[in-house]
Design a protein. Structure first.
Length: 161
């Protein structure tokens, strides 16, 4: 039996089943999952939600996921990886484009797939560790204190989270 394009949730997968429990995945509003959903965000959600809490947001106005399904633990790890990754370009170590090129090298993926939303636990941990290493090297080279990172914007000094 030939598969229809609509039967494929993510590029490279053969079905639209939850990678955690194997249940079907449905496209639905983020209402009841997000605290507030003023933007009308849509998600692919495991049909067993909230027992299985795997979901992924879609690009607004499309049915295209912004990454791969993730449970609560992986979503938290992805958020942490993104915070560390963002520091690379927010502190001026590299431009945003250079940061994504760096990420593609770290995760050994084409630039088009070099996004935190596609990463599993292993690569999230790699991004965190390598980001920390780059930031620490920058501090040492420039003789910066090891406290919170700061960025000067328009003469004002801000903490970089």
């Amino acid at each position: 039996m030939k598969k229809n394009k609509r039967d494929t949730l993510y590029p490279g997968t053969k079905s639209n089943h939850c990678p955690y429990c194997g249940s079907s995945v449905v496209l639905r509003s983020a209402d009841g999952i997000y605290r507030e959903n003023h933007a009308g965000t849509m998600l692919y959600v495991c049909s067993r939600y909230p027992v299985c809490d795997a979901y992924i947001r879609v690009i607004p106005g499309t049915k295209t996921p912004v990454g791969s399904m993730a449970n609560g633990d992986l979503r938290a790890l992805r958020n942490k990886a993104h915070q560390h990754f963002d520091r690379l370009h927010l502190t001026g170590i590299m431009s945003r484009d250079q940061a994504y090129e760096w990420l593609a090298c770290i995760v050994q993926a084409p630039l088009s797939r070099a996004h935190i939303g596609h990463l599993g636990e292993y690569y999230c941990r790699q991004v965190i560790a390598e980001s920390k290493r780059l930031l620490e090297n920058r501090r040492k080279v420039h003789g910066l204190p090891s406290g919170p990172l700061r960025k000067v914007i328009g003469g004002e000094n801000y903490a970089v989270k």
